[in-house]
Design a protein around this ligand. Structure first.
Ligand code: FES
Length: 122
Protein backbone atom coordinates (compact mmCIF):
# COMPACT_ATOMS: atom_id res chain seq x y z
CA UNK A 1 0.00 0.00 0.00
CA UNK A 2 1.33 3.35 -0.99
CA UNK A 3 2.13 5.89 1.63
CA UNK A 4 -0.72 8.43 2.05
CA UNK A 5 1.47 11.32 1.00
CA UNK A 6 2.44 9.55 -2.23
CA UNK A 7 -1.14 8.56 -2.97
CA UNK A 8 -2.26 12.16 -2.58
CA UNK A 9 0.54 13.41 -4.83
CA UNK A 10 -0.33 10.86 -7.53
CA UNK A 11 -4.02 11.76 -7.35
CA UNK A 12 -3.30 15.49 -7.44
CA UNK A 13 -0.99 15.13 -10.46
CA UNK A 14 -3.43 12.81 -12.24
CA UNK A 15 -0.75 10.19 -12.85
CA UNK A 16 -2.30 7.11 -14.43
CA UNK A 17 -4.61 9.04 -16.73
CA UNK A 18 -2.16 10.47 -19.24
CA UNK A 19 -1.73 9.55 -22.91
CA UNK A 20 1.41 11.59 -23.46
CA UNK A 21 4.27 13.20 -21.60
CA UNK A 22 5.99 16.34 -22.87
CA UNK A 23 9.41 17.16 -21.47
CA UNK A 24 10.63 20.66 -22.21
CA UNK A 25 14.17 21.81 -21.61
CA UNK A 26 14.24 25.34 -20.28
CA UNK A 27 17.97 25.87 -20.89
CA UNK A 28 20.43 27.40 -20.29
CA UNK A 29 22.59 25.72 -22.99
CA UNK A 30 20.06 24.98 -25.77
CA UNK A 31 18.23 28.27 -25.22
CA UNK A 32 18.25 31.26 -22.92
CA UNK A 33 16.47 30.79 -19.61
CA UNK A 34 14.07 33.54 -20.71
CA UNK A 35 13.11 31.68 -23.89
CA UNK A 36 12.75 28.41 -21.96
CA UNK A 37 10.54 30.03 -19.32
CA UNK A 38 8.36 31.69 -21.97
CA UNK A 39 7.83 28.37 -23.75
CA UNK A 40 7.02 26.64 -20.48
CA UNK A 41 4.39 29.26 -19.60
CA UNK A 42 2.90 29.05 -23.09
CA UNK A 43 2.73 25.25 -22.90
CA UNK A 44 1.07 25.27 -19.49
CA UNK A 45 -1.52 27.81 -20.58
CA UNK A 46 -2.27 26.12 -23.89
CA UNK A 47 -2.75 22.70 -22.28
CA UNK A 48 -5.17 24.32 -19.87
CA UNK A 49 -7.02 26.28 -22.57
CA UNK A 50 -7.47 23.17 -24.72
CA UNK A 51 -8.55 20.92 -21.81
CA UNK A 52 -5.58 18.60 -22.21
CA UNK A 53 -4.83 18.47 -18.50
CA UNK A 54 -7.30 15.58 -18.10
CA UNK A 55 -9.48 13.37 -20.27
CA UNK A 56 -8.81 11.11 -23.26
CA UNK A 57 -6.01 13.27 -24.73
CA UNK A 58 -4.50 14.24 -21.39
CA UNK A 59 -0.87 15.29 -21.55
CA UNK A 60 1.55 15.42 -18.63
CA UNK A 61 4.20 18.14 -18.78
CA UNK A 62 7.60 18.46 -17.16
CA UNK A 63 10.24 21.14 -17.41
CA UNK A 64 13.78 19.84 -17.26
CA UNK A 65 17.25 21.34 -16.98
CA UNK A 66 18.84 19.46 -19.90
CA UNK A 67 17.94 16.79 -22.47
CA UNK A 68 21.61 16.50 -23.54
CA UNK A 69 21.16 18.10 -26.95
CA UNK A 70 22.25 21.58 -25.85
CA UNK A 71 21.77 23.47 -29.11
CA UNK A 72 18.95 24.82 -31.26
CA UNK A 73 16.48 24.81 -28.37
CA UNK A 74 14.28 25.06 -26.58
CA UNK A 75 14.47 21.27 -26.92
CA UNK A 76 11.35 19.19 -26.35
CA UNK A 77 10.49 15.50 -26.50
CA UNK A 78 7.06 13.88 -26.57
CA UNK A 79 6.42 10.33 -25.33
CA UNK A 80 5.38 7.65 -26.05
CA UNK A 81 6.08 8.60 -29.67
CA UNK A 82 9.60 9.77 -28.81
CA UNK A 83 9.33 12.79 -31.08
CA UNK A 84 12.15 15.27 -30.56
CA UNK A 85 11.57 18.92 -31.43
CA UNK A 86 14.05 21.76 -31.78
CA UNK A 87 13.52 25.50 -31.62
CA UNK A 88 10.36 25.28 -29.55
CA UNK A 89 9.92 28.93 -28.75
CA UNK A 90 6.64 30.08 -27.23
CA UNK A 91 5.18 31.12 -30.57
CA UNK A 92 5.30 27.50 -31.76
CA UNK A 93 3.26 26.11 -28.88
CA UNK A 94 -0.27 26.73 -30.23
CA UNK A 95 0.46 24.90 -33.49
CA UNK A 96 2.28 22.09 -31.63
CA UNK A 97 -0.63 21.53 -29.25
CA UNK A 98 -3.19 21.54 -32.04
CA UNK A 99 -1.38 19.43 -34.60
CA UNK A 100 0.58 16.98 -32.45
CA UNK A 101 -1.36 16.65 -29.22
CA UNK A 102 -4.91 17.09 -30.54
CA UNK A 103 -4.70 15.92 -34.17
CA UNK A 104 -1.97 13.34 -33.54
CA UNK A 105 0.24 14.63 -36.35
CA UNK A 106 3.80 15.59 -35.37
CA UNK A 107 5.12 18.69 -37.15
CA UNK A 108 7.81 17.18 -39.40
CA UNK A 109 9.63 20.44 -40.12
CA UNK A 110 10.39 20.95 -36.41
CA UNK A 111 11.31 17.31 -35.63
CA UNK A 112 15.02 16.44 -35.56
CA UNK A 113 14.95 12.88 -34.13
CA UNK A 114 12.59 10.01 -33.30
CA UNK A 115 12.85 7.37 -30.60
CA UNK A 116 9.47 5.68 -30.05
CA UNK A 117 9.22 3.63 -26.90
CA UNK A 118 8.09 -0.01 -26.95
CA UNK A 119 4.73 -1.20 -25.64
CA UNK A 120 6.33 -2.46 -22.42
CA UNK A 121 4.28 -1.64 -19.36
CA UNK A 122 1.07 -0.83 -21.21
S1 FES B 1 20.37 22.69 -21.97
FE1 FES B 1 18.62 22.15 -23.19
S2 FES B 1 19.22 20.21 -23.97
FE2 FES B 1 20.92 20.73 -22.72
Amino acid sequence: MLDDELQKAVAKAGVGGYQRHVLLCIGPSCCTPEAGAATWEALKQRLKDTNLTAGPNACYRSKVGCLRICCHGPTMVVYPEGTWYHGMTADRIPRFVQEHLIDGKPIAEWVFAKNPLSDAGR
